[in-house]
Ligand binder design. Structure first.
Ligand SMILES: Nc1ncnc2c1ncn2[C@@H]1O[C@H](COP(=O)(O)OP(=O)(O)O)[C@@H](O)[C@H]1O
Ligand SMILES: [Mg+2]
Length: 256
């Protein structure tokens, strides 16, 4: 692909945040946050409930804009990307998958329809088999009724739907929170393989520390709207540099 935003080396971080603060309903929820998320990595955001993980994730495809500070994507201010183009390049998977009535194929095609022209729709149709494969759903799921699927299957359809636009980055907000542990683990395996085979950059919020430890390459620990520490996951989990991270991990990720 070409374009000024895809210039070659040195490969910038996927996201660079500097001095970011955010408010929701008049309350400060992120404070002077600076952070770089590696391109091609699998980053997880961990931290107590209410620490600002979702608020942070929402800045990364402009579901929200920060109250102040800068967010850069591939080194370029994220506001410079047209929103539709941005959302095609940065997909989002929510905690609870929303299925529309009709078939799985119909649920996938809608992603190509949104903000796309007739060509995009045709390309989308051709892509269904590929995204089902990437989400590790058998091809015959295309004709199944989406609403009748299990929670785990629906989340895979949501994943496949986010992949319809062939994004470079995937954001996931607690994608396994509503799933049984075994189903959650299977989905994490899919995400790991997805990153390994496609080079997709993943940024995921999770409250299951085992997911951050096993699946991610980079971990960001948040507390009260601030970054406590960030670094390679094996280092963060083996020898956290901050007492608050140590305590959070020792408590199994429960609010201390
Ligand atoms: N839509 C909202 N309106 C007002 N406050 C919100 C909203 N969403 C979250 N908050 C508040 O923002 C803070 C951070 O929330 P959030 O980013 O959802 O944290 P986390 O994802 O880590 O649990 C919390 O205090 C929460 O109550
Ligand atoms: Mg959240």
């Amino acid at each position: 692909m070409t374009g000024p935003e895809r210039t070659a080396a040195p490969a910038p971080d996927a996201f660079t945040l500097e001095g970011v603060s955010q408010e929701r309903a008049g309350r400060r929820v992120l404070t002077d946050l600076s952070l770089a998320l590696p391109n091609g990595g699998f980053a997880t955001l961990i931290g107590p409930s209410g620490s600002g993980k979702t608020s942070l994730l929402r800045l990364l495809n402009r579901l929200d804009d920060p109250a102040c500070g800068s967010v850069r994507l591939f080194g370029r201010p994220i506001r410079e990307f047209p929103v539709r183009a941005l959302r095609r390049r940065v997909g989002f998977v929510f905690q609870t998958p929303t299925m529309l009535s009709g078939t799985v194929a119909g649920n996938l095609e809608i992603a190509a329809t949104l903000g796309g022209d007739a060509r995009a729709v045709a390309r989308g149709h051709a892509r269904i088999g590929e995204v089902l494969r990437l989400a590790e759903l058998a091809g015959d799921y295309a004709d199944r009724t989406a609403m009748d699927l299990s929670g785990g299957e629906k989340q895979r359809v949501a994943l496949a739907r986010a992949l319809m636009t062939d994004p470079e980055i995937l954001l996931l907000d607690e994608p396994t929170a509503a799933l049984d542990p075994e189903v959650a683990e299977q989905l994490m395996g899919t995400l790991r393989r997805l990153r390994e085979t496609t080079g997709l950059t993943i940024v995921m919020v999770t409250h299951r520390l085992s997911e951050a430890r096993l699946a991610s390459t980079y971990t960001v620990m948040l507390e009260a709207g601030r970054v406590v520490e960030a670094g390679p996951s094996d280092r963060i989990f083996r020898e956290p540099g901050e007492a608050r991270t140590r305590a959070f991990i020792a408590a199994g990720g429960r609010n201390a």
